[in-house]
Design a protein around this ligand. Structure first.
Ligand code: GPW
Length: 833
């Protein structure tokens, strides 16, 4: 289907118009014009931020026509729209990405340079919108890029947090959190749409009543109202006209509210209501995969879900359709359970507000919604106490009870007398303080349930969602995660991109499978040399950056061994540390030990309340302090913790990596996506058979992947037979020496208490079985060392890794979703010249 837009001609300015033209002189004029008229600055008074803003507006001007054209086709009744509901969108900086996607990098660079400025400096000054914690939020961002690039009409719906993920500083080796003021200088990429604001209600009580036709109905009498104001950000597709929208909601007080209070003389009360309302979108909860059960978090979830569903319903009606066919126009994907109150809210909107019959509404709801699960960790499965839920959303609680009662009736028919199963499937956990199980709600209210990697989807069916799988196997499917090669290759690694272009031409960025054409280049010594030189240059850049940021000098000719991700015990950054201390111990015992020099680089944030994770950071920095200063080892070992890991820094680090650490305990990392970014940039992986590592290894070949550790079944077996970490400690001399060295205070100025919580946890509990996997990991690292010293073969493996990463383009993931879950098609947008 091709749709052309018939906007009045004054909306479609001529090619060399100052807001659309791409000639160098036009770009320069437009840039200074925006500096003057939008930013309000003369060149001699302008800061780098001013210049960045002027450039951002200049780029934004150049996508508006396509954006409005895409918006326009959404109103056509036959155009199907994907709504991606997510509490997090970790977009990363927009400017560079838009230059790539609009294919205007080269002319803009020339225009900026001819203006006496440096494009990279302007790109680097952008404050990234960090509206997510880690993998889950970044996945949403990659998916928006692919949706637009595949020309699928889509809207990302989320929250415009005033403060995103905190900035991390390292003080005395510890993490310190700093507020993220990303909106400080304004945000040139967003457009507020106050005319599309919606009202959101909370609290109060419900009342039964009889309607005109004598039907029993329920009315919700809410206790308070807040406004949701939409802020739209354009999401450009790569080399296409489609520009989709990320619509983020900001909470504000309704004006009428303070007016009433004001008129009654309660000025303070009026202003206070405003403050309370605006709290809802104030700050992102910085916990990754651990729930806190805070009321404000449930308010946030309901807030953005209700805003988004009202927006969807308005669009449906404005397109000339009735709500009976909502599922034909919209497919709404729930990114984990964070938006799963959508099941109840859509039912409420359809039944209470739009007067549909329950069964009809239920049919529409389940056909519209789908649910992606991103974790098996029990501490991440969302539950809300029934009393909290009922006080905030009394009507929704009733609806959930009604859904549950109808659902359990069906379960009883299917499994008569099986009370245990009923208890497991129920939307309500009746044990202790009763709670609402959001995953169960999402499963019952969706037509599709997917995991994010093949292994994860299998484990879902076998473990946490086993009973649901038995009851409704047809809903279950897998969509393996992917990442966008535009940001993670073209933008992050222009040198490697250029080298690949020279070898296989272009076109591979949208058909990543074509990277396979590089396989033969792995046998070409000249190409290997060029590949190695690119990597060497990028490592040197990262080394400079590390020196500037931390004062630590690292040698770009050592093996860059990198682990960047949220700090979490299941991800086992401390297993990596045990290996470092093992090497340190070895070198101290035998200073002439033959080994390749290694630089260990870590990055990642710890949840502010997660003591163990913060102590792991302190352990890394403390080991670094000792190792980096010890002349016996520091020519071969360096340990760096880079503060404030974020998307911007990720773009620097993936291209420079040679070894990617993906070392979670098997069965616990749902997928991982950093693993894909590393391999695409030619790093080799050392990893367990977990998440998407399994599929990465299948693609690149077992001989090009460093596998270690227990498999999922071995983990389960060991746990059920009774895991005793102490036995590993006593039977493995090196392991004992390494743990004793840390416990002795060697890395903590003699303080034996500092790391005791970590050490005791490993010796007496070790829930993530580091000690069981330790020897296998160290042996595998020794293999890595030998492989690295055969440098020709290492480069060969590096090229093959990149060449075989086609499967992990988010374009493939989105095509899978579009075909199996959304039934969504490309809608090319035609623009008049
Ligand atoms: F707990 N993930 C994440 F499942 O980054 F909700 N934050 C989260 O809160 C959750 C999952 C949640 C990650 C997974 O840990 C990672 O394995 C996966 O690659 C990523 O989500 C995207 O699917």
């Amino acid at each position: 289907m091709t749709v052309s837009t018939n906007l009045p001609s004054f909306h479609t300015p001529g090619v060399e118009d100052d807001r659309t033209g791409l000639g160098i002189e036009t770009l320069k004029r437009a840039f200074f014009d925006n500096l003057y008229y939008v930013q309000g600055k003369l060149p001699n008074r302008a800061s780098t931020v001013d210049y960045y803003m002027a450039l951002a507006y200049t780029v934004r001007d150049r996508l508006l026509q396509r954006w409005l054209a895409t918006e326009d086709i959404l109103t056509r009744p036959e155009v199907r729209i994907v709504g991606y509901l997510s509490a997090e969108f970790l977009m990363g900086p927009h400017l560079g990405n838009n230059l790539i996607n609009l294919d205007i990098y080269a002319p803009v660079k020339q225009a900026i340079e001819e203006s006496g400025l440096n494009l990279q400096e302007l790109i680097d000054i952008e404050e990234e919108p960090g509206l997510g914690n880690g993998g889950l939020g970044r996945l949403a961002a990659c998916y928006l890029d692919s949706l637009a690039s595949l020309q699928i009409p889509a809207i990302g719906y989320g929250i415009r947090y005033e403060f995103g993920i905190f900035d991390q500083e390292i003080v005395d080796g510890w993490q310190v959190e700093i507020t993220d003021k990303w909106l400080k200088y304004g945000n040139p990429w967003e457009v507020a749409r106050p005319e599309e604001a919606v009202e959101i209600k909370f609290g109060g009580y419900t009342q039964p009543y009889t309607d005109d036709q004598g039907r029993y109905r329920v009315r919700w009498v809410p206790g308070s109202t807040v406004m949701g104001i939409p802020y739209d950000t354009p999401i450009t597709g790569y080399n296409v006209n489609t520009v989709n929208t990320l619509r983020l909601w900001k909470a504000e007080a309704p004006e009428s509210f303070d007016f009433t209070a004001f008129n009654q003389g309660d000025y303070w009360g009026a202003v206070n209501d405003k403050v309370v309302s605006e709290t809802i979108s104030k700050v992102l909860y910085p916990n990754d995969e651990q729930i806190q059960g805070k009321q404000l978090r449930l308010q946030q979830q309901f807030f953005f879900v209700s805003c988004s569903l009202q927006d969807v319903i308005r669009r449906q009606l404005e397109s000339g359709r009735t709500l009976d066919t909502l599922h034909e126009k919209f497919s709404l994907q729930m990114n984990d359970t964070h938006p799963s109150v959508a099941v109840a809210e859509l039912m409420r909107l359809l039944v209470d507000e739009h007067m549909l019959e329950w069964d009809h509404a239920w049919d529409i709801t389940t056909r519209t919604l789908a649910y992606t699960n991103h974790t098996l960790l029990p501490e991440a499965l969302e539950k809300w106490s029934v009393s909290l839920f009922g006080s905030l959303l009394p009507r929704h609680l009733e609806i959930i009870f009604e859904i549950n009662s109808r659902f359990l009736d069906q379960v009883r028919l299917r499994y008569p007398g099986d009370e245990a199963r009923l208890g497991q499937l129920s939307l309500i956990d009746e044990g202790g303080d009763r709670s609402v199980r959001m995953a169960n709600l999402a499963c019952v209210g969706s037509h599709a349930i997917n995991g994010v990697a093949a292994l994860h989807s299998e484990l879902l069916k076998k473990t946490v969602l086993h009973d649901f799988y038995e009851l409704m196997p047809e809903k279950f499917c897998n969509v393996t995660n992917g990442v966008t090669p535009r940001r993670w290759l073209a933008l992050s690694n222009p040198r490697l991109t250029a080298l690949i272009d020279r070898r296989i031409g272009n076109g591979w960025l949208t058909h990543l499978d074509r990277l396979r054409e590089l396989e033969s280049a792995a046998d070409d010594a000249g190409f290997r040399h060029e590949w190695r030189m690119v990597k060497r240059d990028i490592k040197a850049d990262l080394a400079d950056h590390i020196a500037n940021r931390t004062g630590i000098s690292v040698n770009p000719d050592t093996l860059f061994d990198i682990q960047v991700k949220r700090i979490h015990e299941y991800k086992r950054q401390h297993l990596n540390v045990l290996h470092i201390v093992t090497l340190y111990h070895r070198l101290k015992q035998n200073p002439n030990q033959d080994m390749a020099g290694r630089t260990f680089i870590f990055g990642g944030k710890a949840a502010p309340g997660y003591d163990m994770a913060k102590r792991i950071i302190k352990l890394i920095t403390s080991v670094g302090d000792v190792v980096n200063k010890d002349p016996d080892v520091s020519d071969r070992l360096r340990v760096v913790f880079l503060p404030d890991y974020n998307v911007t820094f990720g773009q620097r680090v993936y291209p420079a990596a040679e070894l990617s650490e993906q070392i979670s305990l098997a069965g616990l990392e749902a997928s991982g996506t950093g693993n894909m970014k590393f391999s695409m940039n030619g790093a080799l992986t050392i990893g367990t058979l977990d998440g998407a590592n399994v599929e990465i290894r299948e693609e690149v070949g077992a001989e090009n992947f460093f596998l270690f550790g227990m498999k999922t079944e071995e983990v389960t077996a060991l746990r059920s037979q009774g895991y005793n970490p102490m036995s590993y400690y006593h039977s493995n001399e090196t392991l004992k020496a390494v743990i004793d060295l840390i416990a002795s205070g060697h890395f903590s100025h003699g303080d034996r208490e500092l790391f005791r919580p970590l050490i005791d946890n490993l010796l007496y509990h070790d829930p993530y079985m580091l000690l069981a996997d330790y020897q296998s990991y160290v042996d595998c690292q020794d293999q890595v060392d030998r492989a690295y010293r055969d440098s020709e073969n290492w480069v060969r493996m590096s090229i093959l890794n990149a060449a075989r990463m086609g499967k992990f383009s988010s374009d493939r993931s989105i095509q899978d979703y579009a075909q199996t879950i959304w039934q969504a098609d490309a809608v090319p947008i035609e623009i008049e010249a």
